[in-house]
Design a protein around this ligand. Structure first.
Ligand code: DGL
Length: 287
């Protein structure tokens, strides 16, 4: 198969591709837009199949391939895997097989946490699939085997954030329940290992001891994307990049909720169903 990136287009002019299981990856798009306003972006949110965090590795890998191939069809110069679950489960595989750089959120988050901890005890929160994969533990331990990592999944955080329930008694009670074992373990640094959690930062800061530092993987990955483009001489020289948002279902909800995640209105949303392009057409006589 020949993808557009096999052609001779100047890489600096090509967009950055970002994908996520749905809306949460807009927190990553937001940080990339803040840091690299001249870059064009193509974002795909798989709103028809969200959540990924409760699915098996096999299914997440299959979706990750379909999402990545969709972005390649838009001639992207690099793929940013905004979804922690996909980064945890499928990043190595995508990176091994694709010709363009693929960056996930795990490495940058692990690096920032390893740099900032003072007592060597790190916490990670994320979806069930991210926590089960132990990807953050492996990444931290590759950087420094003396660090200890304590993880827990927080499945109620994603729906709470999507409902806009990010402040007050209910999210505080839920957070205390989830975080108590990590705090009992004496962590001084907490990695927010899920696209939605940056929106919980103000509430978490209220309930956590000020000595516990929060690491936001979306900020850290934006720094890494900038470094990568600079190193490859692929920074756009434009002052304001174009933005295209694709979702697989329910664009109206994406638009309504998206503003809180992106920090500005999300315009120009198009429906796309990547899996339809990559599945074989039904044979004659099949439905
Ligand atoms: N985007 C997912 C993540 O960062 C959270 C939502 C989901 O489970 O799909 O892991």
């Amino acid at each position: 198969m020949v993808y557009p990136h096999d052609q001779d287009t100047n890489p600096a002019q090509r967009p950055i591709g970002i994908f996520d299981s749905g809306i949460g990856g807009l927190t990553v798009a937001r940080q990339i837009m803040r840091r690299l306003p001249g870059e064009s972006l193509v974002y795909f949110g798989d709103t028809a199949r969200v959540p990924y965090g409760t699915k098996s590795d096999r299914t997440v890998r299959e979706f990750a391939w379909e999402d990545s191939l969709f972005l390649l069809g838009h001639d992207v110069k690099t793929i940013v895997v905004a979804c922690n679950t996909v980064s945890a489960v499928a990043l190595d595989e995508l990176d091994r097989h694709l010709k363009i750089p693929v960056i996930g959120v795990i490495e940058p988050g692990a690096q920032a946490a390893a740099d900032r901890t003072r007592n060597g005890r790190l916490g990670v929160i994320g979806t069930q699939a991210t926590v089960d994969s132990r990807a953050y533990e492996r990444a931290v331990q590759r950087l420094n085997p003396r660090l200890s990592v304590f993880s827990t999944s927080c499945p109620l955080f994603v729906p709470l954030v999507e409902e806009g329930w990010v402040e007050g008694e209910v999210p505080q009670m839920v957070a205390r329940q989830y975080l108590t074992p990590l705090l009992d373990a004496g962590i001084d640094t907490l990695i927010l290992g899920c696209t939605h959690y940056p929106l919980l930062k103000p509430m978490l800061s209220q309930i956590l001891d000020p000595d516990v530092q929060l690491v936001d993987s979306s900020e850290e990955i934006a720094i890494q994307v900038q470094a990568l483009l600079e190193q490859r001489g692929e920074r756009s020289d434009s002052t304001h990049g174009a933005r295209h948002f694709f979702v697989s279902d329910y664009p109206r909800r994406f638009e309504e909720l998206g503003k809180r995640f992106l920090g500005e209105p999300v315009g120009g949303i198009t429906i796309a169903e990547p899996w339809k392009h990559f599945r074989p057409a039904p044979m004659k006589g099949q439905p």
